[in-house]
Design a protein. Structure first.
Length: 249
């Protein structure tokens, strides 16, 4: 996917409550108001909205129907386009591109050459960088970090202190949370239980096994102490514990 958004001709509108640099390009159809700061060689075009104490700076582009709100920052050569939004204290930096109907919120950061699109959400204190793609209905939240060439899509949830990197794809109903250190496809297994619930077994940073069920139920497993929704998971966890411990050695 390539960013092929044409730059707009320069204009300096008279808009109360905003700060606009002489080098910027702002379309007549765009809305810049309520304390928004547009500076550097930034572009605000199409029907885009910069509302609140937001900043669009450097060579960033806020175009099409993109919405920047709260105290969010769009900087570097980042692009916010489509119907996507960056709100609250979110930051889009580097060569990152957020488009489609994606939302970046909380204190989340999207940087590097990362792309967030579709109906994906990056929120809380999560970080997406490198060449990672977040798409579909995936959610990256908590203090999670997705980097490298990782692709997270479907209805996947990456939360807690999870770290995902490398060239791998994660999708479906995967839940990866506290302690996760995922660098290859073999570090994650998703199982559908007899009553329809999906659970994820994932590799933790110390080689142990983590169990992911939901945003509020995830983390390393201690056999005999961690409640397992299905007794048949015990054998799988024992097998993976041995396998991942050997891989780490």
């Amino acid at each position: 996917m390539f960013k092929t958004i044409a730059l707009l001709t320069h204009r300096t509108p008279d808009r109360a409550g905003t700060s606009i640099d002489d080098r910027t390009s702002i379309a007549a159809t765009a809305r810049v108001a309520a304390g928004a700061l547009v500076q550097g060689e930034a572009v605000v075009g199409g029907s885009a909205v910069a509302l609140g104490t937001v900043t669009v700076t450097d060579r960033a582009q806020l175009v099409e129907h993109g919405m920047l709100g709260g105290t969010a920052r769009l900087q570097g050569r980042g692009v916010l386009s489509g119907w996507a939004a960056a709100i609250e204290q979110a930051v889009i930096d580097g060569d990152a591109w957020v488009f489609g109907r994606a939302v970046v919120s909380g204190r989340a950061s999207v940087a590097g050459h990362a792309q967030v699109f579709g109906d994906a959400t990056v929120t809380a204190g999560a970080v997406v960088d490198g060449h990672a793609w977040i798409h579909g209905h995936a959610t990256i939240t908590g203090q999670a970090w997705v980097s490298g060439r990782a692709q997270v899509g479907g209805h996947a949830l990456v939360c807690g202190t999870a770290s995902i990197s490398g060239a791998l794809r994660i999708g479906g109903h995967t839940v990866i949370g506290d302690g996760a250190d995922i660098t290859r496809p073999a570090d994650v297994e998703t199982h559908r239980l007899s009553w329809g619930e999906y659970v994820t077994l994932y590799r933790c940073d110390d080689g142990t096994v983590g169990l992911g069920r939901s945003e509020n139920n995830h983390g390393p497993v201690t056999l005999g102490r961690t409640h397992l929704p299905d007794g048949r998971l015990t054998a799988l966890i024992e097998e993976l514990t041995e396998l991942w411990a050997l891989a780490r050695a």
